[in-house]
Design a protein around this ligand. Structure first.
Ligand code: ZN
Ligand code: ZN
Length: 375
C-alpha cells in the first residue's frame, strides 16, 4: 500500500523549508542552526542519516549557503540522499580531523547558535569547546514553528499513517482473547504494524485489567482474563518518516459496570475536545474542554496527563495540548486528542485520535469506532 509513496518530500519543498528556516534564523539573531541526524535534519533536507558518534551536521547559517558536514565514510550516502539533488555543499572530514573546529571556523566567534534539540550531549560539549565565546541555544526555537505548520503533503502523509494504524486496530479484536498474555497479543500487533506499511514499530501498549491504570504500561506476561478492559495504544513510523498513534479501549467478553460508566464520560470528553478544534482556539482550551467534562463527572483526579501532543516526523512534538500552552491552533497543526481515566489497581481507559486543524474546523485521521469494543 506504500509502494508509490516517496520517502522524502519534493526537492522544491525541501528548498523552501531551508529558505524559511534560514529567514527564521536571521529573525532570532542566531549565527546558525547546527542540525545533527534526526527528525529536524530529515525535515529540512530529506536526509535520513543514522545518528552516530561521528559528527554529521547541517550548518544552516543566517548568512551564506548551508553546508552539510559529514565524515568521509558517509560522503557517498550523503550525496545519494536528497542533499545531492538539492545541490547542497557537502563538506567532509577525515578520521584525524577535528570536525567541531572545522564547523567553528565557518561561523562568527561571538553571538549564539541554535543546536538541534536532539543533539547528543557529547556533541554539544564538543561544540562548546570549539566555540567558547558562543552561547548555545535550541534550534527548536526556530524549527518548531515550521514543523508545527503541516503542508498539504504532510497532512496527506499523516492520513496514510492514520489509515494504516486503523487497519491494525481493526484486527485487534481477533487477537484479544482471555488466556493469552499481553506479550502474545502485542507480538501479533507488532507484526501487523509492519504488514500494513509502516517501516518501523514505535510502541505497542497492551494494558489489560489493572495495567490499564498505568498510561505508559507497555506489555507484560499478565494473562488476559474475561471481563478485563484492555487499553491498546499503538504506533509506528511510515517509510516517509511520518508517525501513527492511535488508542482504543477494548473489553474481553464484558466490562465491569463502573468501568462502562466512566468510559461513557471519557468518550464524551474526547468527542467534545475534538469538536472544539478550529483555528484560533488555544492548545490549553482543548485540554480544558476534555478535562472539565471528566472533572464534572467526578473523575478529574483520575485524568493524570495532558490531553495530547503534536505529531509528524516525531510521535511527540509541538504543540502540546496542555494547561499553560496558550499557543493558538492554526490550520495544519496536527496533534493527538487522548484523554484517559485511570482507576489505580482496577483498570483504565483512553481514547486517542490524531486530529488536524483545518481552515474551519478539524479532521481526524483515525476512523475506528470509539465505542467500547467488546471482543
Ligand atoms: Zn498513543
Ligand atoms: Zn499519543
Amino acid at each position: 500500500m506504500t509502494a508509490n509513496i516517496p520517502t522524502h518530500p519534493p526537492i522544491a519543498d525541501l528548498a523552501d523549508r531551508i529558505a524559511r528556516a534560514q529567514a527564521a534564523t536571521q529573525e532570532v539573531g542566531a549565527n546558525a542552526l547546527l542540525i545533527t541526524p534526526g527528525p529536524d535534519l530529515r525535515y529540512l533536507t530529506g536526509y535520513d542519516a543514522v545518528p552516530l558518534e561521528r559528527l554529521t551536521c547541517l550548518i544552516l547559517r543566517a548568512e551564506g549557503d548551508p553546508v552539510m558536514m559529514v565524515p568521509r565514510l558517509e560522503l557517498e550516502a550523503a550525496k545519494a540522499s536528497p542533499l545531492g539533488e538539492l545541490g547542497m555543499i557537502i563538506a567532509f572530514w577525515d578520521e584525524v580531523d577535528d570536525p567541531y573546529r572545522r564547523v567553528a571556523r565557518m561561523l562568527p566567534d561571538r553571538g549564539w547558535v541554535g543546536l538541534d534539540n536532539h543533539m547528543w550531549a557529547q556533541k554539544v560539549l564538543h561544540f562548546r569547546d570549539a566555540m567558547p565565546e558562543v552561547t548555545q541555544g535550541l534550534a527548536g526555537v526556530v524549527l518548531e514553528g515550521l514543523r508545527m505548520r503541516k503542508s498539504a503533503d504532510e497532512v496527506a502523509a499523516l492520513r496514510r499513517a492514520g489509515s494504516a494504524i486503523d487497519s491494525v486496530h481493526e484486527r485487534v479484536p481477533q487477537w484479544l482473547r482471555a488466556g493469552r498474555t499481553e506479550r502474545e497479543v502485542a507480538r501479533d500487533i507488532a507484526e501487523a504494524i509492519l504488514e500494513v506499511g509502516h517501516a518501523r514499530v514505535d510502541f505497542v501498549i497492551v494494558a489489560s485489567g489493572p495495567n490499564g491504570a498505568s498510561p505508559h504500561h507497555e506489555v507484560s506476561e499478565r494473562v488476559i482474563e474475561a471481563g478485563d478492559p484492555v487499553v491498546v495504544d499503538i504506533g509506528g513510523t511510515m517509510p516517509d518518516g511520518y508517525c501513527s498513534d492511535e488508542t482504543r479501549t477494548y473489553a474481553v467478553g464484558s466490562a465491569p459496570a463502573e468501568f462502562v460508566e466512566y468510559y461513557a464520560v471519557l468518550q464524551a470528553a474526547q468527542e467534545a475536545a475534538c469538536q472544539h478544534v478550529k483555528p484560533g482556539v488555544t492548545a490549553e482550551s482543548i485540554d480544558a474542554v476534555a478535562r472539565s467534562i471528566i472533572s464534572d463527572a467526578g473523575y478529574g483526579d483520575l485524568f493524570i496527563h495532558r490531553t495530547g501532543h503534536g505529531i509528524g516526523l516525531e510521535t511527540h512534538e509541538e504543540p502540546y495540548i496542555v494547561a499553560g500552552n496558550d499557543e493558538p491552533i492554526e490550520a495544519g497543526f496536527a496533534f493527538s486528542v487522548e484523554p484517559g481515566i485511570y482507576q489505580s489497581g482496577l483498570h483504565g481507559a483512553r481514547i486517542e485520535d490524531i486530529v488536524v486543524c483545518t481552515d474551519d474546523g478539524y479532521e481526524r485521521v483515525n476512523h475506528r469506532p470509539r465505542d467500547l469494543i467488546i471482543t
